[in-house]
Design a protein around this ligand. Structure first.
Ligand code: ADP
Ligand code: MG
Length: 263
């Protein structure tokens, strides 16, 4: 909305002067097309530090594209994204640097099958962060501990359940000390009985104050963990509200219909 844009672009310095912290992520008038199809249309949204935003919307509404723009896996055609005040969408941005600041977890975990769990988590620390092996191992083990898997650090990914593999993927992202974590349907490929352990890790992260943008079909998670829920439809940000209001008082017919289908 116009108000959100004004806040994002003009009132920020005033807000900061008044003691309000800088937002973690600011999306300002984001547009993205693939060929002739406009997939994101004038998306503006400001995410505070330590917020968990859940992104809901029908298949094809642009959820993944918005997440992928946030770590430059896609580049918006127009508009700006900033992370803690630094614009990332300018030409010549340090893409690798931004990807370490913005961690992402996908539906498919993409662990390296021939490496141990521990090596999967230390790899980027060694290659991108130039950490010594002992330093990288210490960081990796702390993150594996956080997701409850340090005891399985010598196994290969294939020796773990899908839920455990996804928790390793989360540990791998956390090892880079990201400022923001993005989750794109992180539980959608899992057997139902393995979904809970991954959601529990995500819930813990949210509690610890990680800033998160989460695309999920898990309505209970959105209800219980999100600070605000966003509804995307055909590339438009149609509604944004705290979960209670979002689920109890949807305003648009589109959201009402969507909720009727998924709840
Ligand atoms: P969602 O995650 O909400 O299902 P996506 O962001 O993946 O939606 O996709 C939004 C639209 O953009 C869809 O119509 C999809 O087919 C299209 N799309 C996504 N990625 C590409 C791409 N790399 N090339 C062409 N079209 C794409
Ligand atoms: Mg998607």
């Amino acid at each position: 909305t116009a108000t959100a844009n004004i806040v994002a672009e003009e009132l920020l310095p005033a807000a900061q002067a008044a003691g309000h912290p800088q937002p973690a992520i600011v999306y300002s008038h984001i547009e993205k097309s693939f060929g002739r199809t406009m997939v994101l249309e004038d998306i503006s949204l400001s995410v505070d530090a330590a917020e968990t935003i859940c992104l809901l919307g029908p298949s094809g509404s642009g959820k993944s594209t918005l997440l992928r723009c946030t770590n430059l896996l896609e580049v918006p055609d127009h508009g700006q994204i900033s992370i803690h005040g630094q614009v990332i969408t300018d030409r010549g941005a340090d893409v690798d640097g931004i990807r370490t600041r913005v961690g992402m977890v996908f539906q498919r975990f993409n662990l390296f099958p021939h490496c141990s769990v521990l090596d999967n988590v230390t790899m980027a620390l060694r290659a991108v962060r130039n950490k010594r092996r002992d330093e990288a191992v210490a960081i990796a083990r702390a993150k594996l501990e956080l997701v409850g898997l340090d005891h399985l650090r010598d196994r290969r990914p294939a020796q773990l359940s899908g839920g455990q593999q996804q928790r390793v993927a989360i540990a791998r992202a956390l090892a880079m000390s990201p400022e923001v974590m993005l989750f794109d349907e992180a539980t959608s490929a899992l057997d139902p009985e393995l979904v809970g352990e991954v959601l529990d890790v995500m819930r813990d992260l949210a509690k610890q104050g990680m800033t998160m943008v989460v695309v999920t079909h898990q309505m209970r998670f959105a209800r219980e963990v999100a600070s605000r829920v966003v509804f995307l439809d055909h590339g438009h940000l149609l509604e944004i509200a705290p979960p209670e209001e979002f689920f109890e008082n949807p305003r648009s017919d589109r959201l009402k219909l969507f909720l009727k289908r998924v709840l």
